[in-house]
Design a protein around this ligand. Structure first.
Ligand code: NAD
Length: 476
């Protein structure tokens, strides 16, 4: 029975892909006005249904502040749509390219056209379910493509609502949504798309790339990892603590770019920890009944984080719970947990081996900043890297000796919200990027168009056989 269902879903998704690709080919070349209209409809969908979407996200999480959802999922995504509308004329202009001398003089021409690829598959995670489906969608549309979306099974209410709303605002040959289990996601990632954007974990990213490889589907992989914070000796520790606390507590740490762990000068460790603690106290006087503080998305995720803390404690970490209201979390089933700071961490602890993705903050110390740099380089390339300090020389030293998807200096996470800057990982934190002109190019095919001159270039260049005829004639 399950097999039949799976086959039905496969057939349904294959038919949707065929419908979109046929429509895409038949409609070419589509005017930019049509792309614009699709982006505007996606923006209108978000405006008209922002309340319902925020409620659905809160229901999926157990609790999630509507205020936060408006910023991270609704307004941020609409702003990105507006940014695409403002820039797509310039992005979609072809480039004239230089030709080898003297071809331009002979009136040959070289240009690159940025053309739509066709149908793009978008696989999104649960942590920002609206932003990470509709964000890529804006730029997929800007580049002239059609889209099929598979949202996460963990945010069922939001995914179902997304499906209904997309049906209201788009024809199935423009955009369609497929909800369902990881099996549906696996089948989705096996479809012969023209491009696929996956946002999710590094482990699933590997499976997606393997499935895509079978059809030679190019992929953009927006993955995760352990994004370090390096606090330089010259940092303003109060300000840094506040910014790190905000980045770690927002969405209860369930952000791909959340500061994963901190590295601080040995003699400043307690200053750094103290400033994070006091920032949590002032932003979140209580947590359990506080709507500003999100729940963890599932019991499994909650249990994983609890066992991560227990593992660190068993292996000798000093565990500091930041519980401003002195609340009893064990008596609640709200799936909320306080920020837990871990000192004296070692590499064999789970907290130092996997992406945390929750309110747990390990702290490592260093004597020389090169130790922090070495530590980053010994581990997988992170998605984000954060440096705090006013010492420009040290800042450059850290940046030029490490590798990461992106960087925010003197804060955390912010680089992702800069629409004009590419957002993506490197190595195990991902490949490819969207946002900025880079995203438009990612979802476009750079097609080289060379127009030959009237002059017989092949002959002049000696490419026409019989080869060496002239030389032979000379020798005779
Ligand atoms: P996940 O990898 O478990 O799931 C992501 C998506 O993959 C879901 O839609 C799921 O249905 C689908 N999926 C599951 N199994 C699959 C399979 N076998 N084949 C194809 N698709 C499959 O990730 P998650 O738990 O939803 O999200 C958390 C992870 O996402 C974290 O690692 C986080 O860092 C990362 N993330 C990255 C970014 C970014 O932009 N780089 C943003 C948010 C989250």
């Amino acid at each position: 029975m399950a097999a039949t269902n799976r086959t039905d879903r496969n057939d349904e998704m294959m038919s949707a892909l065929k419908l979109q690709r046929d429509a895409f080919i038949a409609a070419r070349p589509e005017p930019l006005a049509l792309r614009r209209d699709r982006i505007k409809r996606a923006m209108a969908l978000l405006t008209d249904h922002s309340d319902a979407l925020c409620k659905a996200m809160s229901a999926d999480f157990g609790n999630r502040s509507a205020h936060q959802s408006m910023i991270t999922d609704i307004e941020g995504t609409k702003n990105f749509g507006k940014y695409c509308l403002d820039n797509m004329d310039a992005w979609s202009k072809g480039d004239k390219r230089k030709l080898q001398f003297p071809l331009s003089l002979l009136r040959a021409k070289g240009e690159v056209r940025y053309e739509p690829k066709g149908v793009v598959g978008i696989l999104s995670p649960w942590n920002f379910p609206v932003n990470l489906s509709f964000g890529p969608l804006m730029q997929v549309f800007a580049a002239g493509n059609r889209a099929m979306i598979k949202p996460s099974e963990f945010t069922e209410a939001t995914s179902e609502l997304t499906d209904q709303l997309v049906k209201q605002y788009f024809a199935p040959e423009e955009c369609s949504v497929f909800t369902g289990s990881p099996e549906v996601a696996a089948a989705f990632s096996s479809l012969p798309f023209d491009h696929m954007v996956f946002t999710g974990s590094t482990e699933t990213g590997k499976k997606v790339m393997e499935a895509a490889a079978k059809n030679l589907v190019p992929v953009t992989l927006e993955l995760g990892g352990k994004s370090p914070v390096i606090l330089g000796r010259s940092a303003d520790f109060d300000k840094a603590g506040e910014r790190i606390a905000l980045g770690k507590m927002m969405n209860a740490g369930q952000i791909c770019l959340a500061p994963d762990y901190m590295m601080v000068p040995e003699d400043k460790e307690m200053d750094a920890i103290g400033s994070v603690q006091s920032a949590v106290h002032s932003m979140y006087p209580t947590l359990l009944e506080n709507d500003d503080y999100a729940s963890l998305v599932s019991d499994r995720h909650h249990d994983r984080l609890q066992s991560m803390i227990a593992d660190a404690r068993d292996k000798g970490a000093d565990v500091i719970e930041v519980n401003p209201g002195g609340e009893d979390f064990s008596a609640s089933n709200a799936r909320k947990m306080p920020l837990t700071i871990l000192r004296n961490v070692t590499d064999d602890m789970q907290a130092m081996q996997e992406e945390i993705f929750g309110p747990v903050l390990p702290v490592k110390t260093y004597r020389d900043v090169n130790e922090a740099i070495d530590y980053v380089n010994e581990n997988d390339n992170p998605l984000g890297l954060y440096y705090f300090g006013t010492d420009k020389g040290e800042q450059e030293h850290v940046l030029s000796r490490t590798i990461s998807g992106g960087v925010t200096v003197n804060d955390v996470i912010f680089h992702v919200s800069m629409d004009d800057m590419p957002f993506g990982g490197v190595g195990s934190s991902g490949m490819g990027a969207y946002h900025g002109v880079e995203g438009f190019r990612e979802f476009s095919h750079a097609r080289a168009v060379y127009t030959q001159t009237k002059v017989d270039v092949a002959k002049v260049a000696g490419m026409k056989p019989p080869y060496g005829k002239k030389d032979k004639a000379k020798a005779a």
